[in-house]
Design a protein around this ligand. Structure first.
Ligand SMILES: Nc1ncnc2c1ncn2[C@@H]1O[C@H](COP(=O)(O)OP(=O)(O)O)[C@@H](O)[C@H]1O
Ligand SMILES: [Mg+2]
Length: 393
């Protein structure tokens, strides 16, 4: 049986095999967490509104209900020893209400900070890391003032709920601002207020990168810095390692460890970064969970991001993950499923992961594939040359 420590506020000291891990959210991140939990000997429950969701296919039980359904969260808590989540837009208050029933090693402060861009940037800046210049924006007056201060181009984002570029708009000129004014008028006519927002100065980055860090509340370990290529605001490809030189990699590692300590992190946290021409790093955003850009770790690292997450929330010791081979990860979106399945037979080097989603939709993440390689740049070109991802050009 797991032991709960009084002094650590209900944090798990050390979870033993056979214990139940409850996951809020039934998508691919939860599924890969569950697969990892499975071979560590844990049992898995999931809360998700879609029957036969990706996690359910590999779990012991599913509670079919909305993520913020308090009754359902209580049921999951009652049947679990530890709760975790696969996405950051979980209702933190709802989780707090079950903390007397179940351990939540990640806590809810981490959630509250990372689900609001203003709190998130305040935290990052407080821990000595750079972000884009930013202003809180609660209405049109704020927006005009912030634009005066930051100048064009700038990015207007909702404070909460954004993903894959949803809820954001790039303002390059007065015409773009006029469109926001127009939209705000329409929203107001429909009885909707201006959504709490943030304006960020546009970062003229050399490339995008990310780094994962995992903690068990006590020790923190960082993964290699990787390079990310986005298309239409959705991650397309990750190259590991980033290949940007030892100094930058070390700086990213130190930054990741600092943030992890600041959160007293348990589980895996992803840090999305902009790499500037001069080698400096600017933090874009945080994700309090395993991340799409960390899928390469399954084949390429001594401990992958999902194992690390499970070990971290179970209070198990964490070894420094090692990159065993450079790798390239590419996403398989709905429109790529057919061409990828057709090409698959010609590519023994493709490690395909399918998420088991019933409905194929354009731009929906259906799976990914990872290739181990000595030359990530050349492998990235080879993947593009298959034509499977031509729609993203
Ligand atoms: N301030 C910025 N300057 C330049 N590009 C940005 C900025 N903010 C976001 N982007 C681009 O938009 C993408 C999505 O933005 P992000 O803040 O990560 O939102 P999401 O939560 O949708 O992932 C980023 O990966 C980056 O390519
Ligand atoms: Mg992002």
């Amino acid at each position: 049986m797991p032991s709960l420590s009084e002094e650590t506020g209900g944090r798990i000291d050390h979870l033993e095999p056979g214990a139940v891990i409850g996951i809020v959210g039934g998508g691919q991140l939860g599924r890969m967490m569950a697969l990892s939990a499975r071979y560590h000997g844990f049992r898995i429950g999931v809360l998700d509104p879609t029957p036969d969701c990706p996690v359910d296919q590999v779990a012991d039980f599913q509670i079919v209900a909305d993520y913020d359904d308090q009754d359902a969260i209580r049921q999951l808590a009652e049947r679990s020893d530890v709760l975790t989540y696969e996405f950051e837009n979980v209702d933190a208050d709802a989780l707090d209400k079950v903390r007397d029933q179940v351990a939540i090693p990640q806590g809810t402060d981490l959630l509250r900070t990372t689900q609001d861009r203003v709190h998130e940037k305040t935290f990052i800046n407080k821990h000595g890391a750079a972000t884009a210049r930013w202003r809180q924006v609660d209405g049109m007056d704020d927006l005009e003032k912030a634009l005066d201060e930051l100048g064009y181009p700038a990015v207007l984002k909702t404070r909460t709920g954004g993903y894959d570029g949803h809820g954001q708009v790039v303002l390059r000129s007065q015409e773009d601002l006029d469109q926001v004014v127009e939209r705000t008028r329409r929203d107001e006519a429909d009885g909707q207020g201006f959504p709490p927002s943030i304006l960020e100065g546009f970062v003229d980055f050399a490339c995008e990168a990310s780094i994962l860090v995992t903690g068990n509340g006590d020790r923190y370990v960082a993964f290699p810095l990787v390079r990310n290529d986005h298309r239409h605001n959705i991650l397309h490809m990750t190259l590991a390692p980033a290949g940007v030189g030892h100094e930058v990699e070390e700086e990213a590692r130190q930054l990741a460890l600092r943030l992890a300590e600041g959160f007293e992190l348990a589980g895996t946290l992803a840090i999305e970064l902009f790499l500037m021409q001069d080698g400096s790093l600017v933090v874009n955003e945080l994700a309090p969970r395993p991340h799409n850009s960390g899928h390469y770790t399954i084949e390429a690292c001594s401990m992958d991001q999902f194992d690390a997450h499970i070990r971290g929330i179970a209070g198990w010791p964490l070894d420094q993950p090692r990159l065993l081979s450079p790798a390239v990860m590419v996403n398989v979106l709905g429109q790529h499923v057919k061409p990828v399945l057709k090409e698959l037979t010609a590519h023994p080097e493709w490690n395909l992961h399918d998420y088991g989603k019933a409905e194929v939709r354009t731009n929906r993440k259906m799976g990914h594939l990872t290739v181990l390689t000595d030359d990530p740049q050349a492998t990235a070109r080879d993947l593009e040359a298959t034509g499977c991802w031509d729609d993203l050009r």
